[in-house]
Design a binder for this molecule. Structure first.
Ligand SMILES: [Fe+2]
Length: 522
């Protein structure tokens, strides 16, 4: 419950400005309840700080032996995402924290066959590319062939099928618009290539075709013209036809995070520490602490550090300029996490593994401290694993930039929509050769053969959630403030917001640990 305001905020502002300092709005609200606000401010400023924030005010109040009041981490259901109304002032309850998760053993199974770690044999030869695309084509074709009622014909038969209604299964080579506004699609199958036409006057189909991308493997349904060209009437992607989600039989949870960017000047240590304090039951009301006690697993889905030399001017933005020290600092955070919680860590485009996808797990030489911890599981990107029987596909999400730039109805404000495309196309980096580099491995690890219960990515620093064909899609946020690059591109991140996924119900609780400069007001 909030205390009554006893001091005019203008009076406090004048006082703090006279001291050549500034105050955050939440700190101002607390100070307005305090007749002794001058002493509190003086004491804080005597420590050499310039910004009086709520944490400093609370710490000062606690140091005076008074009751500890703190803003709660807020339980925000996905349904109420965005209103920020759920924030409450609560009293931290000092009762013993008895986490449910401590009473259960971890149940983790990593599906190694989906992870490139230790299995990269690519030399970049022509044969490698041919084998890679054959693998992609075969595996995506197998999904499509299982669809009923297809009248599949090879491309080289089309000239002899004039007037017939047929289906062709092919990989898209190129999509271009003709002078008349029709879409002309060059397609290939293992034996041949052909051109199919998507007429512009079929508005519904044209809208569907906005998602048609080079290297897609799809079925085109249509009628063959007298000249042997398929005039398309419908397009089928491999997609997810049916999925029966798996649920855990005990109410344990996964905190899904990414993009900590440890080592960056913009890394928000305060928010990350609050998250860790929450895991320890030190922050929040009884309901929130109960939820914290269910967290048995944490996913850190790439960009765990800011890296070094990721882009030309990055050095100016680094707090820690040594890559080894960045991973040391990351490991020190992991040390603070209760050891009954298992932490699954994968790489991203800022990490010190190869930039090309699929990315292997961190090597021992670069991230030695992570190998010393019993409760840390290192995986690649993508990775496929189950937690308590619920299956997760994790992918850092670097190709989201490509898919968002190519598909007209996608944008960065709803990144979860990009994850729908991954499932629809059954591939995590649909078009080869765009900004996101791919290694032509023997096996295409980016094909989604097996449908997970949860598909999660990060990378865009903006939280987003939805359910698609019974698969939970979760875009995790970041612990980094808005970067100059994001500011320039009008991208507003949601730092310090952590989705907590209940394995037994698939419900997402969004917990807010930060309401700072670069967003966070999810
Ligand atoms: Fe990132």
């Amino acid at each position: 419950m909030m205390d009554t305001l006893v001091v005019q905020k203008d009076e406090i502002l004048s006082y703090i400005f006279s001291k050549k300092a500034i105050v955050t709005p939440d700190a101002l609200s607390i100070l307005a309840t305090r007749p002794d606000y001058r002493e509190i401010v003086d004491s804080i400023l005597s420590k050499g700080v310039f910004v009086v924030d709520a944490d400093l005010v609370r710490a000062e109040i606690v140091s005076r032996g008074e009751r500890d009041e703190t803003p709660a981490v807020s339980d925000v259901s996905p349904e109420t995402e965005g209103d920020g109304e759920a924030t409450r002032e609560v009293v931290v309850e000092k009762s013993r924290f008895t986490p449910l998760a401590k009473e259960y053993d971890a149940r983790i199974r990593v599906f190694d066959e989906f992870d490139v770690t230790g299995k990269s044999y690519c030399e970049g030869s022509v044969e490698d590319f041919v084998r890679y695309f054959n693998d992609r084509f075969e595996r995506l074709s197998a999904i499509l062939r299982s669809r009923p009622h297809l009248n599949l014909k090879p491309l080289d038969r089309l000239p002899r099928l004039a007037g017939e209604e047929v289906d062709v299964l092919a990989m898209v080579y190129e999509v271009r618009e003709s002078r008349k506004g029709n879409l002309v699609v060059t397609v290939e199958d293992p034996e041949s290539y052909a051109t199919v036409v998507i007429p512009r006057n079929d508005r519904k189909l044209a809208a569907k075709a906005e998602a048609l991308l080079p290297d897609d493997v799809v079925v085109f349904h249509g009628r063959v013209s007298s000249s042997g060209t398929l005039i398309v009437q419908d397009i089928y992607w491999p997609d997810v036809s049916e999925h029966t989600p798996r649920y855990a039989d005990v109410p344990l949870s996964v905190a899904i995070t990414s993009d900590w960017h440890v080592g960056s000047r913009l890394h928000i240590e305060k928010a990350l520490k609050k998250f860790i304090d929450w895991l320890k039951g030190k922050v929040g009301d009884s309901k929130s602490r109960e939820l914290a006690g269910t967290v048995k697993y944490i996913i850190v889905n790439g960009d765990v550090v800011d890296g070094v030399g990721v882009y030309p001017s990055q050095v100016d933005e680094l707090e820690i300029k040594d890559i080894y020290k960045q991973y040391d600092a990351f490991a020190r955070y992991l040390d603070e996490i209760p050891d009954y919680i298992e932490v699954i860590v994968g790489p991203g485009n800022h990490d010190a593994v190869r930039r090309l996808e699929p990315q292997p797990a961190f090597a021992k030489d670069i991230a030695a401290p992570l190998y010393e911890r019993d409760n840390v599981v290192l995986v690649g990107s993508p990775a496929y694993f189950s937690l308590g029987g619920v299956e997760f596909l994790t992918y850092h999400g670097t190709s989201m930039d490509d898919v968002i730039s190519r598909v007209p109805y996608l944008d960065y404000t709803a990144p979860q929509e990009a994850l729908k495309e991954y499932l629809k196309h059954r591939h995590l980096a649909i078009t080869y050769g765009l900004k996101n580099p791919i290694v032509p491995e023997k096996r295409d690890y980016l094909v989604i053969d097996r449908v997970p219960d949860v598909l999660t990515a990060g990378h865009v620093h903006k939280n987003g959630y939805c359910r698609y064909k019974e698969v939970e899609l979760i875009v995790s946020g970041t612990f980094q403030e808005q970067t100059p690059f994001q500011l320039e591109h009008g991208h507003v991140p949601t730092p310090g917001v952590v989705p907590v996924f209940d394995l037994s119900t698939h419900k997402v609780n969004e917990i807010i640990f930060y309401r700072g400069n670069g967003g966070g007001e999810a």
